[in-house]
Design a protein around this ligand. Sequence first.
Ligand SMILES: [Zn+2]
Ligand SMILES: [Zn+2]
Length: 334
Amino acid sequence: MLLEQPGEPLRPAELDDPAPGPGQVLVSVHACGVCRTDLHILDGELARPKLPRVMGHQIVGRIAGAGEGAERFAVGERIGVPWLGWACGECRYCRSGRENLCDRARFTGYDIDGGYAELAVADERYCFAIPAGQSDEQAAPLLCAGLIGYRALRLVGDAERVGFYGFGAAAHILCQVAVHQGRRVFAFTRPGDEETQQFARRLGAAWAGSSGEMPPEELDGAIVFAPVGALMPAALRATAKGARVISAGIHMSEIPAFPYEILWGERTLSSVANLTRADGEEFLELVPRVPVRSEVTVYPLADANLALEDLRSGTLAGAAVLTVAREDVSSEAR
Ligand SMILES: [Zn+2]
Ligand SMILES: [Zn+2]
């Protein structure tokens, strides 16, 4: 499903099979998560990519081939391909454990063709083994929603009372992780969205209400998952002194001006950007111990446009995932 023009639906297209270069693997895509970032790319809100492009950066599939020198995975092995597709390894960010900030980083489904397709190629060093006990569909949203959400959760520090503003793909996974860590989750949804508030309580949230409400207790930290700038001061107002408020998305509408007094008291506003491979390894090791069970709505690849629209309108609970049905190129290898 090809992105040719921002603002236009993806188009079904037949492309040549991609060939894995040195150090790359060929992946037979089984499932690919749909992310809010894909909507920002589709809407032309991000500066790149070069078009046409195959989006999708939460790929679960099996190794169907390998380029020169790629020996990390066996043919048939199940792997995940995340957003960070490549980093330079040389810049001051890469050399200080912050490859997520690499100036030359290349991202899957953005700089590199992604997983809204039957086949993808990926640099094997940036792929992850997928924990057993997770179906392909359930594993897909772990690769961005889960993983970058996990990085955001780490950035709120040891906050016991954590607010989640927006309760979609990322928050529903992170709620399970946070509860496992002994935190209390306060879930904020669109006003009147009782269904999602119930969903949050079912996943262990201590409280759920609408984003216009104040929580019953002060928060020690908050993560803003929704791309709505006005939620940043709203979250600040709900926090105790010393709290960190983290924006977990790649794009957000403008943050309105706010009085200094709501930042006073050593409160911090920050974004979280991308992921490091270490984040991924750590998070995926934690997944079976929680255990995380992601709730997914599955669409065939051909319905990618419908999945994107459902994500936009907020009608789905949990995460949207595309599945690929085809003559399986790796079937002989399984
Ligand atoms: Zn994403
Ligand atoms: Zn770098």
